[in-house]
Each structure stands twice: as C-alpha cells, then as structure tokens.
Design a protein around this ligand. Sequence first.
Ligand code: SF4
Length: 727
Amino acid sequence: MSKIIASGAIRGAHSIFAKTEAKLARAKESFGADHAVELPNTGYYLPVIYGLTGEKVEKLSDMDRVLDIARDMLPEVPSEKLYLPYLGTTLDAGIATLLSEECHEALNYLDNDPPPVTELWLGAADDVIMRAKGVEFVDGSAPGFAAVVGAAPDSATAVRLAREMQEKMLYVFMAGSTDGNSFGKQLHDEGIQLGWDTRLVPFGEEVYSQIYSIGFATRAAMAFGGVQPGDYERILAYNKSRVFAFVLALGEVTDEWYATAAGAISYGFPTIATSDIPQILPTGVCTYEHVVSNIACEELVQKAIEVRGLKIKVTELPIPVSYGPAFEGERVRKEDTYAEAGGQRSTAFEFVRTLDAAEITDGKVEVVGPELDEIEEGARFPLGVVVDVAGRKMQSDFEPVIERQFHHLMNFAEGVLHMGQRDLIWLRISKAAKDKGFRLHHLGDILHAKLLDEFDAIVDKVQVTIYTDQAKVDEMRAIAEESYAARDARMAELTDDNADVFYSCSLCQSFAPSHICVVTPERLGLCGAYNWLDAKASNELNPTGPNQPIKKGMCVSTVTGEWEGVNEFIREKSGGAVERMTCYSLMDNPMTSCGCFMAIIALMPMCNGVMIVNREFAGMTPSGMKFSTLAGMVGGGVQAPGFMGIGRGYIASRKFMAAEGGLSRVVWMPKELKEAMRSSLEPRMAEMGDPNFLDKICDETIAETEDAVLEFLTTVGHPALIMDPMF
Ligand code: SF4
C-alpha cells in the first residue's frame, strides 16, 4: 500500500469529516436539531448510511450517530517516519469519508449551500430513476458505470471520452472539478445532451457528490439483491461481484479525491488516474488492481474496462454517427430536425416478414424513392421500412419480436429519434446527423447488422427496403396491415390453457438470486420487457440462456394457476428458497419480485381489495407508503402475500389476480395509470358487464387515505365491497 495514497486519503477523510461536522452544527443552529433532512423521493433514507450501518437518518440530530461512527473509523494520519501496512486504515478512512459525504450532500438540500440542483447539476437520483436504470444493469444493457472526477485536459477530449463511454454502453456519473473546471461543465459547454436519458449524469460540482454514485450502487444491492440494511459485508461483496463500476480521476488528485477513491475501493471499484500518482497493483479488495495511474486519455476507458474486468461487446457499424444505448434517450428537437416521417403527419410504418432464403439477398439495402439529401429540409416524408428475413429456425411468431427491436436499434444512432411501432411510428433525423453524412440507407445498414448479430440463431439473411415514394408506401402498408391483423388473431388465440409450456426468465437472478419470473401467454414478466413470445424467441436464440421452457405438468389448481411442473422448476432454480408458486394469486404463494417491476399490487384490507401503484407515481398512496417504500418490502426475490410486483400489461390480462376475483378487486390506482390502461382494460370491463368500471376505481385526486377510499367505494357501489373476504 502506498504511503502517499494512505496519507492523502486519511488527510482527505479528516478534512471532509471536519467540514461536514461544521456544516451540521450550522444547520442545527439555523433549523433546530429536530428538523427533517432527506434526499429527494427515496425510501432508503440516506442510502449509503442506511445500507452500511442500518441507521435511518430522518432529522438533523440523527446525523450525530452517523458522524460518531465516522469519527471512530477515522485513523491517525501516518507519521512521517514509521511505515505500517496502511490498507485497512485507509479503507476505514474511505468508509468514514462516504458517511460524511452523504451527510454533507443531504445538508445541501437543506441550506442550499451550494444548491444541489442547478441548470447543469442534477443532484441525487431518486428511487424512480434508480429502479428504472437499475434494470439496465440487471439485463446487461448497461455493463457498468464510470464515476468521473475532475476535468479532461480540454473540452474536445471530454467529448471524445464521453462518446467512447456512451458507445460502450456505460453510464457516466460526474462530480468534482479541477481548477474550477469539470467534466460535466466541459460537456455542457460543448452542447452535449446531459441527463439520465443519455447516460451522461452530472451529479455535482464537488467530489462529495460522487456519493450519489455510491448511493445508487448501495440501493441496487438492497432493491435488487435483497441485502438487508446494515449488512455492510454483503453490500460491499454484492457491489464487488455485480456492479461493474470504476473511478476515472482526471487531473491532479487531491487528498479529498484520495479519500473518496478509498471509499469506492471498499466497494470493489478501482481508480484509474491520468496523473502520475503511486499505483496499488495487488488485487484483493477490488477484483484486479486498486489504483492504476499515469494513463493517457486515449487509453483511459479501455484500461478501466480491463482493470474492472468488464466484458463489453460492441458491433462496429458502417454509419457516420456514434451508435449505442446512450443515444436512445437523446432528443431531436424540432429546430434541430432535418426531416421527419410519421407522427400522424405522414404515412409511416415498419414491418418484418419472413421469406424463403432464395428470395433474399443478404445485406441488400435499397431506398425506393428520394434519399434524405433529396428530401427538402423541414419536410415530412412518407416512410415504409420493410425488413425481409430468412432463417432455418425463423418462425412467423418471431416477426413481432424482431420488429419491436427496431425502436431501440434505430434510436441508438446519434441524431435519430424513433418512436412507436407498426404503422404508428415517428422518425426524426437531425441536421447534425445529415451533415455528418447520415442517410436513410444507414437505417437499413443498422437493421441488417444488428438483427444478424442479436438474432443470429434464428436469422440467417436480412434485406431491407426503405420506401419514401408515397404510392409504394401505400402499397406496402396494405400488405403490412394484413400481417398485423393475422398476428393479432394469433395472439388472441394464445392462452395459458392451450400453451404446453411456459418460460422462465432468470435474468434478474444476477441481482436477486432467488427470483424467477414465470412468463405465460397471459402473464408477462414483471419488468414488462418479456412476454411469452419474447421468451420463446430468446430460448431459440440462446437455448441455455435465461429463458427456459417450463413444462406445466399436473395442474394443482386452475383457479390460483398452480402446476406441479412450475413448482418443481421454481424449487430447483431458486435453490430451494421458494417451494410453491401460483401464477394468478396475490395471497396464495404469489410470484416473487426482484426489483424491476413496473407496478406493485398491495392489499387494502379495509376495502377488501387492492391498490396498484406504478413506479412513475412519486406521491403517497392510501397504503401510507410511497412506491419506493413498498418496493423495498416487495423486492429481493421473496414471496410477500398481499404484495406483488407486476408488469403493467398483466392488469389487462384475463388471468389478472384470477384467484381473488380479478380486476373487480382493484380499488385504487394513480390517475395517470388509470388513463394509460383505459383502452387495454376496455375488453375486460366489457366482460365484467361494467364498461365504466374504471371510474369506480379511486385515484389520488379523489382520496389519499384508505378511509377516504372506502368512502368513495361505498358511494360508487364498488364490487369489491360485496366480494368474498380476501383473507
Ligand atoms: S422478465 Fe423478470 S427476470 Fe426477466 S428481466 Fe424482466 S423482471 Fe427480470
């Protein structure tokens, strides 16, 4: 262990601790010791402190206990003359730093000194973001994150580094500055879109704000891994093995940076520095080296990936703009748009069809009609994207699965915005992309390369035709519509009763080891990303992968949806943690929940029904808990009768809570969710003989407590009130 690093980290820890202690004293003087303190919209209090110590910081005086712990962990600064092995004490200093930094940053929310949220800086990530983005870490669409501290030598280098990390699908969390400049500011000045949607997340100007990166990782362990607050050993071990993060230190490393990096090392996150600081090469706390220094900016990202042991698969595409998931959330504003198609203003559709291999010339991309540079700037042009595929294992059932990938595959291109599917698409191409040489045929090049890459087990040949001639667009659209109708008829036929097999999804086991989603034709995965057809296609693509067929076996109960084959599968794959599981019951051995669910069903005993809250709803629910608090109870791969995470699509299923009476049990939903579900719930309400049932479901604009919900239900004659007791 380097004495220079150890001394710097310990000095830095003392400095941050002292500043936090003084800031807390000032806050108590101004607001009083009982004044509430919190980070925005989280059920995890101050998450690093909660995760590592189990302490719930709710008011200023609660911070005293935390700073007592930090004080006890602070080692003496190493003496000039005596050399000791410093690793343990340095790591202690790192943890003391993290505890202090989190208090410091939470106090900023109270005294606004400095303001935690500005035009540039985003401040803490709330639980809605953490869960939405955490899913990407679960399913591998985000391999990890880089915590960037300081500033690049110049803005052009900052942009190049950011683009490189975006293309490698990494999240970039920024905090800390060098000589008043910072990576976030450099990108902002260059007009780069920052935010969670582009994976370039500027947390704050001071290095202390990197605590939000650690808070994100700590919550992931609790939300997805089922680690209990206070179980610091498992929090740290979980992060070392499952959250692939690293620190990039740009510029001169100060004592406070050393201290923060020491905290990150405890989580298994190594530091890669551009400056010539001592290295810590032995492995142990991190998977490989702890500190690697003197790395040129050109090699920085590659070196970090190597040191953290990340595996990143990038397909090179023959297109003139950057490409990767980080561009999926990029907006193409009207004033930046060169031309657009669809969005209800011009005919536009996309369509996959299966042909014989002999009918397809692999790699052929044709534009029928004007190319982008032949279309007038500002025009709304007609568009048809027809993708012909062939493959020995290709089935028509897979066409919609492949077609749904178009959205992200096109959106990943910098300067391309794509929304919707089938004949309800909207595409914009930016002026900047057009100026870089991007043309419509590049959309075809993307689809050809990525479909062959992602669906290599079922697709052997791909050709793409892009129509922009109105008459041809209309002609091809009529063919596509026939196919859409045939698919809809096929989907309507698919039911749990006539399917021989269900499919598992074990993707979330990397985060929640005892959780398995059982995906049936009438119940999709709880993240909403996998329906039965997706899981079936995924199994064809990767027969030993996360989606395995489950033979249903003998039926134990058609009412609760319990089968012997499913039970056996779940028992084995959960390592014995779950013995039995039903597909249609909330109360009787319900499906476990990982942490990726789109919504939560929760029992409302007084109302003899349930409420459903979606994760976008940040307000209080009549259960007395916000989504984030409920999520903490439900997640982690445990069965919690009365509470369950679900995909939103399941609410419109005939099998929704069939054991407890189905949709009629729903007594409260956020208004936005009610409206979003209205059209898909119409067939179910018609079957109930109550086409206006949705209006009998209470929402936050009507009532926020269970008593008030009950009063509303009585007024409207809600059916739950006269149904059998739920338990
Ligand atoms: S289907 Fe279930 S296990 Fe699979 S990614 Fe979604 S939530 Fe996770």
